[in-house]
Design a protein around this ligand. Structure first.
Ligand code: PRX
Length: 658
C-alpha cells in the first residue's frame, strides 16, 4: 500500500477534540453520541428498515413492494414503488405552506439578484417541462446541460427529472472536446446552454463552445439557449432556439407522472484511471432518499435555515446538495454565479451577512485561498448568522480546518467534513453536527446504514492506525447503478477487489476512536482543487498535439490546490523544446479538456522511465518531482540514464522558478 500519512497533520492538531456545544446539541436531530450509536447500530443490523423509514418521508405515487434486491454488484431499491423526483423537490412544497417561501436566492456575479419562491419555481419548471416535451424529449432520452450557475440550470435539471428524461450536466469550464465525448457516450440529442456566464468580471462564452462540439457530433437536433450575458452568438436555423422564446408559448401547468423507483435520473461523467471519463448512472427513489436523509441529519436542515453550497451544478456536489437534497427538504438556499474572489475575496462573506446564511458548505481549496487573501475580508463582515459549516472534496488540512472554525465559524460552529464521491451519490462518512466530536482532518464516522471499513490487500480489516483501502460492505440507496452503457467496467472498477464489496479507490486509516482518516486516491486519479482528473485523460490530451511523442502525468502536492498537475513529455524528432512550445502544450490541454486540467509544470524529457515491458513508471516521476531523487526498487527500470537526465531537467526548472 503506497499510502502515507499526510505531512501537514501534526499530532497536536489531530488530538484537539471539538465537541458540539450544548446549545447546538439540544436542538439537533441527533443530539448525542449515544443517540448516534443507537441509531447506527439499528441501521446496520436492519438497513432495509432504516432506509424504508427514511424513504417514506418522500412523496410516493405508489408504495414499493420490496425495499432492496441485492445480487452484488446489482442493487435495486424500492422495487414496485413509483415517484416523481421533481414533484418531491417542487410540487409538494409549492402546494403547501412553503408556496411563498424562497427556494433559491440567487446572485449573479455582476450583482444582479433574484429570489424564486417554490410557487414560482413550480411554474418555471412546469413550463420548461412542456418546452422539452414540445421539442420531442421523452422519458429516458438524454439531455446535455452546459450552463452557468443560474437558476435556469436548476430548472432545466428538474424539468428533465419531471418528464423522466436523463440529464447529463457538463461543467461550464470544460472544453468542446469534453462535450463531444459526453454527447457520443450518452447519445443526447438535445442540448441546453446559455450564451455565456459571468466569471471574474468577464463573460465566459458557452454557446460558441457547444457550436464547436456540434461540428464534430452532428446528432443533436435541438439546442435551447438562455440569454444570460447578451454576448453575441450564432443561432443555427431549425436547430437553435432561445429559452425565453420557448417559454412564452407553453402552459405553466404540467402533470408530474410517476416513474419507477429505478428510473434513471442522471448520468454524470467523472474521471477514472483510463482516458475515457465514466458516465456514473444514478436512479430516482434510492438517490433521492440518500440525499434527503443526509441533508436532514448531516446539515440538520430546518425550514428557517438559509443554506449555501458553493459548488457548481456541473459536479456531483451541485447535483446532490444544491438541487435534489435541499429542494427535497423544502430548504431556502443561496446560489451564486461567479468567482469567490470577485470583485475581491470578501464576496462570500458579504453574501453570508446580506442573506443571513446559517449553513455554509464549501471546499478546502477555497478555504486555503481565503487564508492566503488575509483575515481582513471575513473580519469586515458580520458572520454571526452561521451555525454550521461543511467541507467537501478533499481532506481538509488542520490549518484550513482551524481557520474555518475560528475566522468563519467564530469558534462556535461544528464543521461537517463530508466524505463521499460521484459514485456514492450522497455523503457516506461525516460527523453529525449535534453529536460527533470533531477533529481537524478526519471525516469521523460512517453515516447511518453505511458499513464502511478499511481492508488490506488480502481483504482483512486493518488494525487501528494501519493504512488500507476504503470500502463499503453493504449496498446503500444512493449508490451508482452502473457506468452508463458499460456494466462490465462498473463491475471491474468498483466491485472486483473483494467479492460483493464496493471499493472507493481511496486510501484511508482508522484510529482507535473509530474515526476515518481519508488519505487520498490510490488510483491514477488526481484531486486538483477538489476536482477529479484522470492522469490518463491529460496524457491523451497532450499526445493529441502534433509535437508530442509520449506523455506522463503525475500529481504533486500544492499548497492551494491540494494537488498540482506535473506533466512530462517527449517530443517527436522534428520538434524542438522551447518556452513557446511549453506554453502551447499547456494551452492545448486547456483546449481539449478545460482550464482546470492545464499542467502546472511541463517538463521536456529525452525519455520517460519505463519498465522493460514498456510501462511508464509514474512512481519514479513522482519521487523525482516531490523529493528530487528516486528511492526504492528500480531494478525493473529499463534505462537509468533517463532518470539522471530527468533529475537535471527538474533541478533546472526549480532553479528557474526560484
Ligand atoms: O478522494 C476522495 C475525495 O474526492 C473523491 C471523490 O471525488 P468526486 O467524485 O469528484 O466527488 C467530490 C465531491 C463529493 C474521493 O474519492 N474526497 C471527497 N470528499 C472528501 C475527500 N477526501 C477527503 N475528505 C473528504 N471529505
Amino acid at each position: 500500500m503506497s499510502t502515507k500519512k499526510p505531512k501537514s497533520i501534526s499530532s497536536h492538531d489531530q488530538d484537539v477534540i471539538h465537541k458540539p456545544s450544548k446549545d447546538f446539541s439540544a436542538k439537533a436531530r441527533i443530539p448525542s453520541m449515544a443517540a448516534y450509536r443507537k441509531l447506527y447500530k439499528a441501521s446496520i443490523e436492519k438497513p432495509e428498515k432504516f432506509w424504508a423509514k427514511e424513504a417514506s418521508e418522500l412523496l410516493w405515487q405508489k408504495k414499493w413492494s420490496k425495499v432492496l434486491n441485492w445480487k452484488a454488484p446489482n442493487a435495486t431499491w424500492f422495487d414496485g414503488g413509483k415517484l416523481n423526483v421533481c414533484e418531491n423537490c417542487v410540487d409538494r412544497h409549492a402546494a403547501g405552506p412553503r408556496k411563498n417561501k424562497a427556494a433559491i436566492i440567487w446572485e449573479g456575479e455582476p450583482g444582479d439578484k433574484r429570489i424564486i419562491t417554490y410557487g414560482q419555481l413550480h411554474k418555471e419548471v412546469c413550463r420548461f417541462a412542456n418546452v422539452l416535451q414540445k421539442n420531442g424529449v421523452k422519458a429516458k432520452d438524454r439531455v446535455l446541460i452546459y450552463m452557468p450557475m443560474v437558476p435556469e440550470a436548476v430548472i432545466a435539471m428538474l424539468a428533465c427529472a419531471r418528464i423522466g428524461a436523463v440529464h447529463t450536466v457538463v461543467f461550464g469550464g470544460f472544453a468542446s472536446e469534453a462535450i463531444v465525448d459526453r454527447l457520443e457516450d450518452s447519445g443526447a440529442h438535445v442540448v441546453i446552454t446559455a450564451d455565456g456566464g459571468w466569471r471574474r468580471g468577464k463573460v465566459v462564452p458557452l454557446k460558441p463552445v457547444v457550436d464547436e462540439a456540434l461540428v464534430k457530433y452532428q446528432k443533436v437536433s435541438h439546442v435551447i439557449v438562455l440569454n444570460r450575458c447578451g454576448n453575441e452568438v450564432a443561432m443555427t436555423t431549425d436547430r437553435d432556439t432561445w429559452w425565453h422564446d420557448e417559454m412564452v408559448n407553453v402552459s405553466a401547468k404540467h402533470e408530474a407522472k410517476a416513474f419507477d423507483a429505478e428510473h434513471p435520473l442522471f448520468v454524470l461523467y467523472t474521471s477514472g484511471s483510463t482516458g475515457k471519463p465514466k458516465g456514473i448512472l444514478h436512479t430516482s427513489g434510492g438517490y433521492l432518499t440518500g440525499v434527503h436523509t443526509t441533508c436532514k441529519y448531516i446539515f440538520d436542515m430546518r425550514d428557517e435555515d438559509i443554506y449555501w453550497c458553493t459548488a457548481d451544478v456541473g459536479w456531483i456536489t451541485g447535483h446532490s446538495y444544491i438541487v435534489y437534497g435541499p429542494l427535497a427538504m423544502g430548504a431556502t438556499q443561496v446560489m451564486y454565479e461567479g468567482a469567490p474572489n470577485f470583485p475581491d475575496f470578501g464576496r462570500f462573506w458579504k453574501m453570508i451577512e446580506e442573506y443571513g446564511v446559517t449553513i455554509f458548505y464549501t471546499a478546502p481549496t477555497a478555504i486555503r485561498a481565503f487564508i492566503k487573501a488575509g483575515d481582513s475580508f471575513p473580519k469586515a463582515q458580520d458572520l454571526s448568522s452561521l451555525r454550521l459549516l461543511g467541507s467537501v472534496g478533499e481532506p481538509i488540512n488542520p490549518e484550513a480546518w482551524s481557520w474555518y472554525h475560528q475566522k468563519i465559524g467564530g469558534g462556535k460552529c461544528p464543521i461537517v467534513d463530508t466524505w463521499w464521491q460521484t459514485e456514492t451519490g450522497a455523503i457516506l462518512i461525516s460527523p453529525l453536527p449535534g453529536a460527533t466530536p470533531c477533529k481537524a482532518g478526519t471525516a469521523t464516522l460512517p453515516f447511518f446504514g453505511i458499513d464502511a471499513a478499511i481492508l488490506d490487500d488480502a481483504g482483512n480489516e486493518c488494525k487501528a492506525g494501519q493504512d488500507g483501502r476504503l470500502v463499503i460492505r453493504k449496498p446503500w440507496p444512493s449508490m451508482a447503478r452502473s457506468i452508463y452503457g458499460d456494466k462490465e467496467r462498473y463491475k471491474k472498477t468498483y466491485w472486483s477487489d473483494y467479492p460483493g464489496i464496493y471499493t472507493a479507490g481511496d486510501g484511508a486509516r482508522r484510529h482507535k476512536d473509530g474515526n476515518f482518516w481519508i488519505i487520498g486516491r490510490l488510483d491514477d486519479v488526481l484531486n486538483v482543487s477538489g476536482h477529479r482528473l484522470g492522469t490518463a485523460e491529460i496524457e491523451s490530451a497532450l499526445v493529441s498535439h502534433a509535437a508530442v511523442a509520449e506523455a506522463a502525468v503525475i500529481g504533486r502536492p500544492h499548497e492551494m490546490k491540494g494537488q498540482a498537475v506535473a506533466a512530462f513529455v517527449t517530443l517527436k524528432g522534428s520538434f524542438q523544446e522551447s518556452p513557446e512550445l511549453r506554453k502551447e502544450l499547456i494551452g492545448h490541454v486547456g483546449k481539449v479538456i478545460g482550464a482546470i486540467a492545464k499542467p502546472d509544470d511541463l517538463h521536456f524529457a529525452i525519455g520517460l522511465p519505463k519498465t522493460r515491458s514498456g510501462k511508464i513508471m509514474r512512481r519514479l516521476l513522482k519521487e523525482l518531482v516531490c523529493h528530487g531523487t528516486v528511492t526504492g526498487n528500480v531494478t525493473t527500470l529499463e534505462d537509468f540514464t533517463v532518470i539522471e537526465a530527468l533529475q537535471k531537467t527538474i533541478q533546472q526548472s526549480v532553479a528557474h522558478h526560484q
